[in-house]
Write a protein that binds this ligand. Structure first.
Ligand code: HEM
Ligand SMILES: [Cu+2]
Length: 613
């Protein structure tokens, strides 16, 4: 019950981590099934239809239900601590964001258990394939409504972080003193604010096509199928930056901490991040070179895309210069961070190759593309998340993950990753198309696919090793120090692990970049408080975020089956949808009329807990 009603950012971070971790396993299982199907030519391990469901759900799950929530987990766990705040700006909205994501994710996955199966039009849901003419079952309805609900959660989560970072920084923490992870979370939240509404509009239009017989994307009735591609990629390209920027943030923190050096070129890092965020919106049509936009559009989008390599290169060099001459400690967190650099560079190089429009005509829809985006997404984002998890685990849970096992996990996962995806570049250049269910013998694809499958199994083993580590660590006593790495530079390392409910007994006074490090260098033991000890105002827990999201879930179901459910009366689906909305709006109404002032923690209670500021 405690977990259903919590509005504490640290607990919500843990909820995101559990849910995201679970869906990472689901998506990983789907990936393994795909790879087993492809390990030899003319395999019939799964049917062609199931294969389509698997690639659609794998991509959708990994992006929306695994990667995004794991990033939100880190952001929730870390950002308020790094800026010296007691919580996010809107704790209630934070909880609401989690529950809408969660119910959307569940809705999407319920499709596996229905008679018409999971969505099967690819995670990009290209029209008209995703429209009612070609996707006749309910699979795509689950995609449209599940993602819509989950997307609302992401959007309000992003807005909450924007407000938090603008408004809740401790005294003295100017923008140019903010830790890099907070900066990255800030820009990511801004991208969410601009990108997710595009997705919401696209999904709403597709919903109208599917549920209410509209014709947005149906060319036979005056609609436009390429319109979907524009809408989807205006969301979809910024989305990859939404994913990668927080990983950049993690890498900056980890590399600087374990090199015992200030991040090289901090201000150029900040401006590079902003520039990447901005350019990320200008390049969506590089996914559409082959749709026939014409040479002028292709050339412009091609150049704009290549421009992103400049700020990205700045970041890469800054990380290397940070390590240069540092006293580097290869903890598992740092292994992931250092391993990230060459991997991400390779993904970037193939990205520039793909950005050359004429070359893309050759690579398009081959395994070269699959190799490219996995280098970026897995080799970038997932390594970044693993790095961040090892780094902040003690802060989140009060226990340090086992280092030896952590290093074994890293090597297993890292080698498995390169085995899986490096070879796919060559499969692609040889002409193996993506999204195919099986291939003929004698095309020269056999050995490479086998190697790729072996690599995938290694990644699977690595993932299981990580979960083992979590279980083992959880059985140990909760004894992590405030600053377990001993070289912590930012504010989260000045408070106990895990932090008390209110984080900071006294809000700290920030005197420079790397606030805690600066105090250490000046010979101080901790931060100087910016306020006297006083009573602390905390928000009350609430079940309403849960019920609001549950209402949306019920609405989704109702809409989906509006055509089929005719028992009792016709259109009972619409009544069910109405009931769901009633629950949601009823909860909103309760929230508005019921005055909740939260509660206070008095100074005497603060003393009992023996907390250092
Ligand atoms: C064990 C690790 C993984 C393996 C073996 C794997 C394998 C695959 C394969 C074989 C495909 C199908 C390519 C095609 O035929 O089009 C695919 C697609 C995809 N994967 Fe992964 N993947 C893994 C991890 C991930 C992760 C961690 C993410 C994201 C965080 C991810 C995101 C995607 C996306 C977005 C697609 C595109 C789906 C589509 O083409 O519609 N994958 N993956
Ligand atoms: Cu793109």
């Amino acid at each position: 019950m405690d977990w259903l009603t919590t509005v504490d950012h640290k607990k919500i971070g843990i909820l995101y981590l559990i849910a995201g971790g679970f869906f990472f396993l689901v998506g990983g299982l789907e990936a393994l099934l795909i790879r087993i199907q492809l390990w030899k030519p003319l395999n019939d391990f799964v049917s062609a239809d199931t294969y389509n469901e698997l690639i659609t759900m794998h991509g959708t799950t990994m992006i929306f239900l695994a990667a995004m929530p794991m990033l939100f987990a880190l952001m929730n766990a870390v950002v308020p601590l790094q800026i010296g705040a007691r919580d996010v700006a809107f704790p209630f909205v934070n909880a609401l964001g989690f529950w809408t994501f969660f119910f959307g994710a569940v809705l999407l996955n319920v499709s596996w258990f229905t008679s018409t199966g999971a969505p099967a039009a690819g995670w990009t849901a290209y029209a008209p394939l995703s429209g009612p003419a070609f996707s006749t079952g309910h699979g795509m309805d689950y995609y449209v409504l599940g993602l819509q609900i989950a997307g609302i959660g992401t959007l309000i989560g992003g807005i909450n972080f924007l407000v938090t970072i603008i408004n809740m920084r401790a005294p003295g923490m100017t923008f140019m003193r903010m830790p890099m992870f907070t900066w990255a979370s800030f820009i990511t939240s801004a991208l969410i604010l601009f990108a997710f509404p595009a997705l919401a509009v696209g999904l709403a239009a597709l919903m109208f096509d599917r549920v209410f017989d509209a014709n947005f994307f149906d060319p036979n009735n005056g609609g436009n199928a390429v319109l979907w591609e524009h809408i989807f990629w205006i969301f979809g390209h910024p989305e990859v930056y939404i994913l990668i920027l927080p990983a950049f943030g993690v890498i900056s923190e980890v590399i600087s901490t374990f090199s015992r050096k200030r991040l090289f070129g901090y201000s150029s890092m900040v401006f590079a991040t902003i520039l990447i965020g901005f350019l990320g919106f200008m390049v969506w049509a590089h996914h559409m070179f082959t749709t026939g936009l014409g040479p002028v559009a292709n050339a412009l989008f091609s150049i704009a895309t290549m421009l992103i390599a400049v700020p990205t290169g700045i970041k890469i060099f800054n990380w290397i210069f940070t390590m240069w001459g540092g006293s580097i400690k290869f903890t598992s967190a740092n292994l992931y961070a250092v391993g990230f650099i060459p991997t991400f560079v390779m993904g970037g190089v193939t990205g520039v190759m793909l950005a050359a429009a004429p070359a893309d005509f050759q690579y398009h829809d081959t395994y070269f593309v699959v190799a490219h985006f996995h280098y970026v997404i897995v080799g970038g984002l997932i390594l970044g998340i693993f790095s961040g998890l090892h780094y902040w685990w003690p802060k989140m849970f009060g226990r340090v993950l086992n280092e030896t096992l952590g290093k074994w996990t890293f090597w297993m996962f890292y080698i498995g990753f390169h085995l899986t995806f490096f070879i796919q570049h060559f499969l692609g250049l040889l002409g193996m198309p993506r999204r195919i269910w099986t291939y003929l013998d004698g095309l020269g694809f056999n050995e490479m696919n086998l190697i790729s499958t072996i690599g995938a199994i290694m990644m699977g083993i690595g993932t299981i090793m990580f979960f083992l580590n979590v279980v083992i660590t959880n059985a140990k006593p909760q004894n992590a120090a405030d600053d377990p790495w001993e070289d912590g530079r930012t504010l989260e390392w000045t408070i106990p692990s895990p932090p008390p409910e209110y984080n900071f007994k006294q809000t700290p006074l920030v005197r420079g970049y790397d606030a805690y490090w600066k105090e250490k260098m000046d010979g101080h033991k901790g931060m100087t408080p910016a306020e006297p000890i006083g009573s602390i105002h905390m928000p009350s827990p609430s079940i309403l975020p849960f019920t609001m999201s549950l209402g949306l879930f019920i609405t989704g179901f109702g809409l989906m089956y509006s055509r089929d459910w005719t028992f009792i009366t016709e259109h009972i689906g619409f009544y069910v949808a109405g009931l769901g909305l009633l629950i949601t709006f009823g909860s909103m109404f309760l929230r508005s009329v019921y005055d909740d002032h939260g509660f206070h923690i008095e100074p005497e209670e603060l003393e009992d807990k023996g907390v250092k500021a």
